[in-house]
Design a protein around this ligand. Sequence first.
Ligand code: FEO
Length: 398
Amino acid sequence: MPVIHLVFVTIMTQITAQINYIGVNDHDLDLFESQYRIPEGISYNSYLILDQKVAIMDTVDAGKKDEWLQHLESGLQGRQPDYLVVHHVEPDHAGAIALLLEHYPQIQVVASAKALQMLPQFFEGLDLAGRSLAVKEGDTLSLGGHTLQFFAAPMVHWPEVMVSYEQQEKILFSADAFGKFGALDIEDDDWACEGRRYYFNICGKYGAQVQMLLKKLGGLDIQAICPLHGPVLNEDLPYYLGLYQTWSSYGVETEGVFIAYASIHGGTAAVAEKLAEMLRARGVPKVSLSDLSRDDQAEAVEDAFRMDRMVLAASSYDAGVFPPMQEFLHHLQAKNYQRRKVGIVENGSWAPSAGRVMKEALQAMKEIEIIEPTVTIRSRMKKSDLPALEALADALSK
Ligand code: FEO
């Protein structure tokens, strides 16, 4: 693991002589996208390029618009902005556009045609006539010394997304790509932990589109990446690019077994713990567990993609599978979980049904190999269950 240099920013911060960070931290939001836990907050990044022309690179969430406007006004040093470059219209980045245009009506909004078409959906009465510039792949925008080159990045994470490459200082403005959960005033020496949870839950479904973007960027000399969330990345770039290659190709990052369990009264949880013990005893390099009823399911999704093997252990419920496991299977399918080996443990007190439902869901995913034997527990694990569990541990640790 390389030493990771992070840039901590709380207010306007200089990235280069003419490029400033003017984003904001959000510690007030309870759930990102109303679904993801963010115990360490999140940042909405925005940048300001002061050249012969002045360009603002994205705005922020409406909840933080006043604070952002202060950062912008301080960064402008009395100058007037010429362009607002919109890489992505999702409200966490485009939420302050109407306010910005009220303050600076002369600004030209630079975005993809799709973004310009979508923007008025978010702001009733927004009229961009005469003050928008549609750009497409390969177009450039000169600011004086700095030149922005645009690349389409559809579905990374929405269809209108583009990224831009500033040719003079070799900086990539990467939109959601290379973002992470966590505000920038929180100390964090492991970018990958929240970077991975962010990637798989936000962009995981769109691996093919991320691969296309990485291919397009492959020929560029990139000295820094300025994402829309998380720190500016200006060291060890091959490390981050390598992780994105692995993640977007659904490759294995860590050899090991991830055990996800959904247990009603603790019986299935005890089996999951016992299996973890057996796997560790067999020398499996990493074994981790998640209680799908209580732990963060977004983190469970991340661990499922991170490792090469997984075990699903669940109680039967209403002739199906216990709902926390049903929900997890839904997330895995939605995020394109694939190319992994999976073992199954089911529990049932009278008519076990969890194994069938889990198998059916896995069979609908791409290149999933079910590792036998499927282990069936009746209510509580007994001595007579151990041989089957040992056999599953053997098969998983081969
Ligand atoms: Fe950070 Fe897709 O918005």
